[in-house]
Structures are given as structure tokens and as C-alpha cells.
Design a protein around this ligand. Structure first.
Ligand code: BTN
Length: 273
């Protein structure tokens, strides 16, 4: 039995991606597709900031795909989206910790645009559905984030991952877009992401995070859940109460709130500490 969805198999195509972006295609300076690279994020970070701004780079496959917190990102050919967008903030950012969250909101909006429902964001920027993780974002910065910096926004999304050889290396629950939207193509998803991200970035640069709060609240899958955050130091426990001013997860415990700035959050079963 073939496990492939009808939308699987379409090769990445710059014309189709631009068509899916609609008017927002004018916001990109360049759109580059490569068949294979180590990491699209690493490639854009190696360029001078002026050449990387508003430049999108997509690969059909990555041999050294990078995930958050030093992990590898499984990047087999022909299945998924591996996309990076360079963006220069020449006035810096008021609070750089909010950028990865704004990127996740942009991607969540894009997924709604291709017809996905019931998806959300798991702080800081995992894209999830009830079945598991759909994708994630890796934001890397060069320069001074409060003055003038280049941000490289990497987005990895499982599009038609079901049945891919080697998929058993993924050590957490996952799902893919094709399971929920069988006709979706990587070009349509790339077009939607590349249409939404520049809008979100301009929104963040000009108005800060307040205009994202409603969407964050709508997509936040951890809110009011008992969670554990595994970071650099000791694990932190508490009830998730949204995000703090620096983009950290607000954890409430014994009536006090603490903003946890980095880590991996998971929802706790009620019988664990
Ligand atoms: C995560 O750990 O959830 C973030 C994964 C980000 C993966 C994307 S794929 C495109 C870009 N290039 C990389 O090497 N990583 C990001």
C-alpha cells in the first residue's frame, strides 16, 4: 500500500512558490532553491548581512540540518520543507527573545492559510497538532540584536514525511501536514510561510509584540497546563501562564510566577511531581 498523499511528489519550484505568495512575493529580494546542502541556516549566516536580507533559501534535503538546542534536524530528500529567510533589523530589536515567538506565530498563520486546523505553538516555537510535532523554527542572530543584526529564520516542516526511510530516528511524537491536508504541496506551504514571515517581521519591528498577543494566546497549547521545562539548569515545574516580557514561559508555582527563558517544555501527567 502506498503511504504517499496526493500532494506528495511535486518538486520544489520557484514559480509555484512565488505564485502561492501572491502580492507578498514583492517583499522578497531573492528566492533560491538547492537540491542539497548542509544547513540552509548556516548558508545564509555565512553571507554578508546586506546579501542575506529578504533572501529565502530552500533545500530539497539537508545533510546537517540543525535543530534547537544543538540537536540535529532530520532532513530527508523530497518530503519536507527546509527553508531559511534572512532578515536584517537595522534598528535592532527591543526584545530579541520575542523574535522566535513572532516567527512561530507567522508560521502558524501560514499553516492556517494552507487549510490546516487544530494546530498550535508549543513554547517557544514548535508547531504542533494533538498527534505530535509538525515542525519547528530555529532563529539565529549575527551582530548586535539591540542595534543592528541579521536574523536567520529557519523553518522545518514535516509535509509528506509518512513512510520516509529512516524516520524512526525521530525520538518524539510527530505528524505531517499531508496526513491532515492530503493535497497540500511543499510549494504551497513554502509560499504561505514566505508570505507570512516578512509581514510578521515588519509587524514586530514597527509595533513590537503587542499585536501578536491575541494570536499567541490562540495558538498557545501550553496555557494553563501543568508543565516541566528542561533547560540548562535544574528542571522547572509549574502551571504555564503564557509568556513573559522577554519571551520566556511564565510558570506559576505556589502563587508565584517565574519567567523561564530557555528550555524544552512538556506537559506533565498529573501524577508526576
Ligand atoms: C527545532 O529544533 O524544532 C527547529 C528545527 C529547525 C529546522 C530548520 S530546517 C531549515 C533550517 N536549516 C536548519 O539547519 N535548520 C532549520
Amino acid at each position: 500500500m502506498s503511504e504517499r498523499s496526493p500532494g506528495a511528489g511535486a518538486p520544489l519550484d520557484a514559480g509555484a512558490i512565488r505564485a502561492a505568495m501572491g502580492e507578498q512575493a514583492a517583499l522578497l529580494k531573492g528566492l533560491e532553491l538547492v537540491s542539497e546542502t548542509g544547513s540552509t541556516n548556516a548558508d545564509l549566516l555565512a553571507r554578508p548581512p546586506g546579501r542575506a536580507h529578504a533572501q529565502a533559501l530552500l533545500a530539497d534535503c539537508q545533510t546537517g540540518g540543525r535543530g534547537r538546542r544543538g540537536r540535529q534536524w532530520f532532513s530527508p530528500p523530497g518530503r519536507n520543507l527546509y527553508l531559511s529567510l534572512g532578515w536584517r533589523f537595522d534598528q535592532g530589536l527591543l526584545e530579541p527573545g520575542l523574535l522566535p515567538l513572532a516567527v512561530a506565530v507567522g508560521v502558524a498563520r501560514a499553516l492556517a492559510r494552507v487549510g490546516l486546523r487544530e494546530h498550535g505553538i508549543k513554547w517557544p516555537n514548535d508547531l504542533v497538532r494533538p498527534e505530535g510535532k509538525l515542525g519547528g523554527c530555529l532563529v539565529e542572530l549575527r551582530g548586535n540584536p539591540r542595534r543592528d543584526c541579521l536574523a536567520v529564520l529557519g523553518v522545518g516542516l514535516n509535509v509528506h514525511l509518512r513512510g520516509a526511510p529512516g524516520v524512526e530516528v525521530i525520538d518524539q511524537a510527530w505528524t505531517d501536514l499531508g496526513t491532515h491536508c492530503p493535497a497540500v504541496t511543499r510549494n504551497a506551504v513554502a509560499g504561505a510561510v514566505l508570505a507570512e514571515l516578512p509581514v510578521a517581521l515588519a509587524e514586530l519591528a514597527h509595533h513590537g509584540f503587542p499585536s501578536f498577543h491575541d494570536d499567541w494566546r490562540r495558538f498557545d497549547v501550553l496555557r494553563d497546563q501543568p508543565v516541566m521545562v528542561r533547560g540548562e539548569g535544574a528542571d522547572a515545574y509549574g502551571t504555564a501562564r503564557g509568556i513573559g516580557p522577554r519571551g520566556g514561559l511564565l510558570l506559576e508555582r505556589d502563587g508565584a510566577r517565574e519567567e523561564v527563558l530557555a528550555g524544552d517544555a512538556s506537559v506533565r501527567k498529573m501524577d508526576t511531581p
